[in-house]
Design a protein around this ligand. Structure first.
Ligand SMILES: *[C@@H]1O[C@H](CO)[C@@H](O)[C@H](O)[C@H]1NC(C)=O
Ligand SMILES: *[C@@H]1O[C@H](CO)[C@@H](O)[C@H](O)[C@H]1NC(C)=O
Ligand SMILES: CC(=O)N[C@H]1CO[C@H](CO)[C@@H](O)[C@@H]1O
Length: 229
């Protein structure tokens, strides 16, 4: 059996970079997609809850304890591990709300949240997440509808899994895949982006680019709970 070839300087560098990326829970794929991985601590109980019910839904009971219309506002810690005990592990916050939006089982939440990063190279940047969370499913897919800072003009998706439950308190594992479209990669629509619009052109941050930016900003302002227009 042939011995494994010695590791080339390039692959050992790649391995080192991969390890560094894993430690900070950020990886950049070849196509410019950024992968963020963290755990969201949704704490309802105790003296310092991060998830507080602000609307008691006056609708049908969906599953025991949840009624159509129940709305919970959140400011949940995001950490790199499932442990919430060490404040050093906090890398951001999930700020927003979720609402029970199904009238019968399974319980489905409409989630609207801004993921704010508070450490590392993305400190201060946000990812705007909007989506359908069927809490009976193992993995839920939510949409990244925009972002700010390093995530300006972001698109992407979030894979959303319940890592553990302790009574009503939940730890949710988030895998966020974000792609930003800026001047080198954006698509401008010449003559509009309607169904019948014919001409599409790559690159350039012309007037159409600004129109697209405004549309994205407007969507974020409408769906986001804390956006200033
Ligand atoms: C993140 O940015 C804020 C605001 O600029 C700053 O006060 C804070 O020290 C930064 N945190 C880290 C860990 O870099
Ligand atoms: C595009 O966005 C990425 C991520 O924020 C950034 O690193 C890069 O410099 C930007 N490129 C241009 C041309 O603005
Ligand atoms: C399901 C439920 O609790 N419905 C109530 C909503 O509020 C009206 C008015 O107070 C009640 O009559 C319903 O029973």
């Amino acid at each position: 059996m042939a011995a494994a070839p010695p590791m080339s300087p390039t692959s050992s560098l790649a391995t080192a970079l991969f390890l560094v990326a894993s430690i900070v829970a950020v990886a950049l794929a070849d196509d410019g997609t950024t992968h963020l991985h963290f755990f969201m601590h949704d704490t309802v109980t105790g003296s310092d809850p991060t998830a507080v019910q602000v609307i008691k839904g006056n609708g049908s009971s969906v599953v025991p304890g949840l009624a159509f219309g129940d709305t919970i506002v959140i400011d949940d810690a995001l950490t790199t591990t499932t442990s919430a005990s060490s404040s050093a592990a906090v890398v951001g916050r999930a700020q927003g709300y979720y609402m029970v939006s199904s009238t019968s089982a399974p319980a489905v939440l409409a989630v609207c949240a801004n993921l704010l990063l508070t450490t590392g190279e993305f400190n201060g940047s946000t990812v705007a997440v909007m989506g359908r969370d069927d809490i009976s499913a193992d993995v839920r897919e939510l949409a990244v509808v925009g972002g700010t800072g390093r995530f300006r003009m972001a698109t992407g998706y979030v894979l959303w899994k319940t890592a553990s439950m302790n009574g009503p308190d939940a730890i949710i594992e988030l895998d966020v895949y974000v792609k930003t479209s800026n001047s080198s990669s954006s698509t401008d629509c010449v003559g509009g982006c309607g169904v019948n619009a014919g001409v599409r052109r790559m690159g350039g941050a012309g007037a159409a680019g600004w129109v697209n930016a405004c549309v994205v900003a407007l969507v974020v302002a409408v769906v986001g709970s804390s956006c200033v227009w």
